[in-house]
Design a protein around this ligand. Sequence first.
Ligand SMILES: [Zn+2]
Length: 384
Amino acid sequence: MIEILYLLLPLAFYSGWKAAKKNNIKQCIKSNKLADDYVKGVNYLLSEKPDKALEVFINHPDVDEYTAETYLLLGNMFRNRGEVDRALRLHQNLIARSSLNKDQKELVMFSLGEDYLAAGMLDRAERVFQELLLLDPNDVNACAPLRRIYEQTHEWEKAINATYCLEEKKIPLSYKKLIAHYYCEMADLEMTKGKLHRVEEYIAKAYKSYKNSARVMVLQADLLKRKKNYQKAFIMYLKALKHDSRLLAHLFDKIVKVATRTGQSKKLEQLLFELYSKDSNVLAYLLEMLSSSTSSTNPATIDFLLDDLKNKKLDIASISQSINILQQEESTCKERDRLLLIKQALEHYLQGKAGFQCQNCGYQMHDYLWRCPACYQWDRVSHA
Ligand SMILES: [Zn+2]
């Protein structure tokens, strides 16, 4: 609540100064009324009675250049604290005031749009930001929230236009990556409909926007697989994995199938070994491959595994998978059964656990998503 004091105290000084300047009794009474109202409003806020405070501010008849700015900031503060209803009431009241000049009106409209966005009223938010763009096509501030809205409504063409509107002359790399994602979203949709020529078109556009996109490589591999060109699909999946090992959890089952079909399981194993030297999360997948292999495990691999179990802090999935390999080494049924028991206990522990987690906000999910549904960041989801 201290921030409210900092926000509103200047008003008390302002009203006193205004009265002194005018040196007019009537004006003085009016300004003292303004100060009284604000003190009353601040008191309500400090006593955790924000609704009563709102009534005081909203019912106050005078809003001029100075007080409008304070109203605006107070509303934004309500929104930042998650009190969107109060922010909306304040900003809606403010926008209805006839005393606002053009710049103030646009600032309040922007805040109102942000309130609607925070409240999930996307159609109203869109209308406000579109209106702002109509009022001033050169003011690109409205483009960023519009892009966020279109991401949520999955209107990818509009999201692309809103991204270009942000920086039309020289698009920065971060926006190029976003645009590639939007085209990939459209390609994914066409893939589910079986319209492969449309998929190719969108992949080409995504590649043009950002040629190092791992997602574009995955889509190219998916398309090749769909066309039964398994050899090339395998090469493309490996390229995507080398580019971004974070995708292994998402692609593992798919790549193993293609590798088995093309007789290239050993090549995949080799790549997983390479990736494991840089990313410890790869171990569980490497061990899964080794344990499902029909050939017996190389003794050097067993030694390497024992060494890692002894010296490294492995995740539960890796420890669970390592039991499959170690079982092969045990000579008696009793020893193998005991190892199996530990494996079952670890699997029970893992059951129901989310497989993926956002590296940015920690949100957990069962299926891989290119964009985190909680913080809306792209390319931040990885193995949990
Ligand atoms: Zn997140």
